[in-house]
Write a new protein. Structure first.
Length: 180
């Protein structure tokens, strides 16, 4: 479960329940609504920009629209508090029960938690290099291999058909120079 996508859908549903229209009476473009962590964790678990995105097209004050949206979101069983902040952000604090259920689901999936099919079996090639044997060793040499291998593993976990190429620098002109 992606908490942000889940609550983005809930925010959109709450906005749709408000039956908002643009100044010409047309349906609103809801694609710019985002749900993400608030900048300051003390403000809650999630924050949405919905009221600020929709205020101008509807001709409403962003904070007033945020208050209406916050009131609608307070009716969600998983929302402990919905507060308006700044120019019209709506900060959400989630019920403890929501987190407990999410944790139970996470534990139930075990090592497959987070696995997805977003890659759809598409082929991906991740190439990363070993340390240059002709120069001094440093932490960057190790980092390249670790990052490359980790990226390939994450992509495979997300459903990509990954080919890994670990390029070993033991041939070519740098080795010829070293030999001379």
């Amino acid at each position: 479960m992606n908490i942000f996508a889940d609550f983005n859908a809930r925010v959109i549903k709450a906005v749709e329940a408000l039956d908002l229209r643009d100044k010409d009476g047309a349906l609103l473009d809801l694609s710019r609504i985002a749900v993400e962590p608030p900048r300051d964790a003390s403000h809650g678990d999630l924050a949405t920009n919905a009221a600020m995105v929709l205020a101008k097209p509807t001709g409403q004050n962003p904070r007033a629209l945020a208050e209406r949206l916050a009131e609608a979101l307070r009716g969600d069983a998983d929302v402990a508090a919905a507060d308006v902040a700044g120019p019209g952000f709506v900060n959400l604090r989630l019920q403890d029960g929501f987190w407990q259920a999410h944790l139970a689901a996470l534990l139930g999936e075990g090592r497959n938690y987070g696995r997805s099919t977003i890659g759809g079996g598409r082929k991906a090639n991740v190439e990363y290099v070993s340390a240059n044997p002709t120069g001094p060793m440093h932490v960057g040499h190790c980092r390249g291999a670790v990052v490359g291998d980790t990226l390939a593993n994450l992509m495979a976990f997300a459903g990509y058909d990954v080919t890994q190429e670990y390029v070993i620098n033991d041939a070519g002109s740098p080795i010829d120079v070293l030999g001379r």
